[in-house]
Write a protein that binds this ligand. Structure first.
Ligand SMILES: O=C(O)CCC(=O)C(=O)O
Length: 268
């Protein structure tokens, strides 16, 4: 499908575009089942104190990061454990064929092509789970701070697996903020990664909610400031986020993601 002019224009001008009805309910169910199965077979312990090291180790697999505020994972049956997951990633598509098929399907690639032209590579895929009573939240940030393709051209597709609104922690964005320079990431020797510190007034406020129905998606520029608050409802808010870049993109060595040995997956 050719890019939809209205959607592509919104993406270019605002830095994001909502895309209703990308996946059917049955496909959403398939993705939830894939997440449930990954959580059921994952180690129940914490991934460790060094979040940066755990991220790097998850570059080519499907590590389950549990939400520590939801209690002892081992206390629940394996098939229930997904209700204690905070994130599963960061390359689920490399280990889970159900996820790989969806993220490389024509419908999903049509959605991504509203923002990126030409053949693409799939960089990451991660389930982010905001459980009722959980602690998952995100301060305003740009994905290009953490993932550093060269040239800096990348888009993130967030597919909602639940109906999401402000009460269960939907995404918030700062429209137009993709025109701002990327905040850099530094890792002092022996320390953890730190985002470049900016004066508060230089960090745009993410004031615009992006509610999504299950199966709908939002595509956002890698430079767009976005964030989200904790789930304050009794409903989960689970999403699958995939990051795409034009094929042939170079990769800065300074970010956390380790490219797979055979390179990033070509998807169209
Ligand atoms: O799940 C969300 O609401 C935001 C996730 C996010 O920004 C990220 O993973 O970088």
């Amino acid at each position: 499908m050719a890019a939809d002019v209205a959607a592509s224009t919104t993406f270019a001008e605002q830095g994001f575009v909502r895309l209703p009805g990308v996946l059917e309910a049955s496909t959403v169910q398939t993705l939830l089942e894939a997440m449930r199965d990954l959580a059921a077979s994952a180690p129940v312990g914490a991934v460790g104190d060094d979040f940066g090291a755990a991220l790097r180790a998850s570059s080519t697999g499907a590590t389950v990061f549990w939400d520590p505020s939801l209690g002892e994972v081992a206390a629940v049956a394996p098939e229930q454990r997904w209700s204690r997951a905070a994130r599963v990633g960061h390359a689920v598509h490399l280990v889970e064929s159900r996820v790989r098929e969806v993220l490389s399907s024509p419908k999903v690639l049509d959605a991504v092509h509203q923002g990126l032209e030409g053949p693409l590579v799939l960089l990451t895929s991660v389930f982010i789970c905001k459980q009722p009573g959980g602690s998952v939240e995100f301060g305003a940030h740009q994905d290009t701070t953490y993932l550093q393709p060269k040239p800096e051209r990348m888009a993130s597709l967030m597919i909602s697996l639940d109906d999401a609104d402000a009460s269960n922690g939907c995404l918030f964005v700062a429209p137009g903020s993709h025109r701002l320079p990327t905040r850099t990431l530094a890792r002092p020797a022996g320390g953890d990664w730190e985002e470049e510190q900016l004066d508060d007034h230089r960090v745009p406020k993410c004031t615009e909610p992006v509610p999504l129905e299950a199966g709908s998606a939002v595509l956002y520029d890698g430079r767009l400031y976005h964030g989200s608050e904790v789930n304050q409802s009794d409903r989960p808010r689970r999403v699958l986020i995939a990051q795409y870049a034009p094929a042939g993109v170079e990769w800065r060595a300074s970010n956390w993601l380790e490219p797979p040995v055979d390179g990033f997956l070509r998807v169209g």
